[in-house]
Ligand binder design. Structure first.
Ligand code: CP3
Length: 342
């Protein structure tokens, strides 16, 4: 029996889509909060293979999702390259910034990352032993542009202003930063696959702020290079790309990058995705995560409308972005039931 998620990734049109959720291991679950408490802080949890595997498994036990996503964070790669990283409770990540050549010169290279990231590979090994036979294991990394936005600014920003400024004033340095992250990401994801990840997802959360040539150079090209190299090393590995809020640039993204599946956010309608994106391959998405807070009949109706709109081709059901800490776990169960009975 091939796992449902792997069948959708292979391009199969299924009567019921496989289901998982971005941030499915997270603060909306009391069992996550308890394990995080035990670990100390968020980064200690990421680097503790036993506890990271435990929180990865929690939503699988509770909801029976078709896939588990490795518990880690996209900002572990900058840390492994030598950036300082810490999380401020209630505010988010903080990193040392990249403002010019001097900061860039202090970073390590792709061969220096594995000491730091070793515990993540161990988490993957534990999960590939412990997951139920029908549950697929997804590894992940941030896309180079999204990771660069945090490295340059030293924090999350609403408009990615500092990364745009560096790109526009010193394109050569910015390109070398993107290349360094791309090289490290290839090694990182390759190790996850060797450890047992069956597919990997590339999160480009801020792709939507790149336009025209910048989108080509910094969203499309690095993703394409990561995918080509991973597929050369691991023949048959399916890959999910998530150029969030790419809008019309979702069109043709499978072909342009070689991704097997393109994940879409909820700023585009499922009908539009069925018409313009799904003809090129599997799509993943795209229920607004706010429904996990508000619930009710609107949640059921929207989950079923998305399922039906994308039923004519390969589809993985997911949210349009991560589930939020204020979500009600009962709404997650309701969503799964709605999709499976649509
Ligand atoms: O999806 C999963 O369950 C797997 C684990 C996962 C996390 N982060 C755990 C996490 C994944 C895939 C990510 C990806 C990630 N991390 C992205 C890309 C996806 C997206 O959301 O756009 C980004 C931009 C980050 C960086 C990051 N990590 C930020 C900005 C924050 C703070 C915001 C927040 O929600 O607090 C994090 C923290 C983080 N990463 C948490 C989790 C469960 C919350 C940490 C906690 O327990 O306090």
């Amino acid at each position: 029996m091939t796992k449902l998620l792997m069948r959708a990734l292979a391009g199969e049109t299924l009567p019921t889509p496989p289901i998982w959720m971005m941030r499915q291991a997270g603060r909306y679950l009391p069992e996550y909060r308890a394990t995080r408490e035990k670990a100390g802080d968020f980064l200690s949890l990421c680097y503790n293979p036993e506890l990271a595997a435990e929180v990865t498994l929690q939503p699988i036990r509770r909801f029976g999702f078709d896939a588990a996503i490795l518990f880690a964070d996209i900002l572990l790669v900058p840390q492994a390259l030598g950036a300082d990283l810490w999380f401020v409770t209630g505010e988010g990540p903080r990193l040392s910034t990249i403002e010019g050549e001097e900061d860039f010169a202090k970073l390590g290279g792709k061969d220096d990352i594995h000491d730091t990231l070793g515990p993540v590979y161990e988490t993957v090994r534990i999960l590939s032993r412990e997951l139920p036979a029908e549950t697929a294991l997804i590894g992940f990394a941030g896309a180079p542009w999204t990771v660069a936005t945090y490295m340059v600014a030293g924090r999350g920003t609403s408009d990615q202003g500092p990364a745009h400024a560096l790109k526009d004033t010193n394109r050569d340095l910015f390109t070398r930063l993107i290349d360094k992250i791309t090289d490290a990401t290839i090694e990182y994801l390759s190790k996850q696959v060797e450890a047992g990840a069956e597919t990997v997802k590339i999160f480009d959360s801020w792709a939507g702020s790149l336009k025209g040539r910048d989108f080509d150079d910094f969203a499309l090209e690095p993703t394409k290079r990561i995918i080509a190299e991973l597929k050369a090393r691991h023949p048959g590995l399916p890959i999910i790309a998530f150029p969030r809020e790419a809008g019309e640039r979702y069109i043709g993204f499978h072909k342009a990058t070689g991704a097997d599946c393109v994940a879409v956010d909820n700023s585009v309608s499922a009908d539009w995705v069925a018409k313009h994106v799904q003809p090129d391959g599997c799509v993943q998405g795209n229920l607004a995560s706010s429904h996990m807070v508000t619930g009710g009949q609107a949640l059921v109706d929207e989950a079923q409308a998305i399922t039906r709109a994308l039923r004519g081709g390969p589809h993985i059901f997911n949210l349009g972005h991560g589930i939020t800490p204020d979500a009600d776990p009962d709404n997650v169960a309701r969503m799964i039931e709605a999709v499976r009975t649509a």
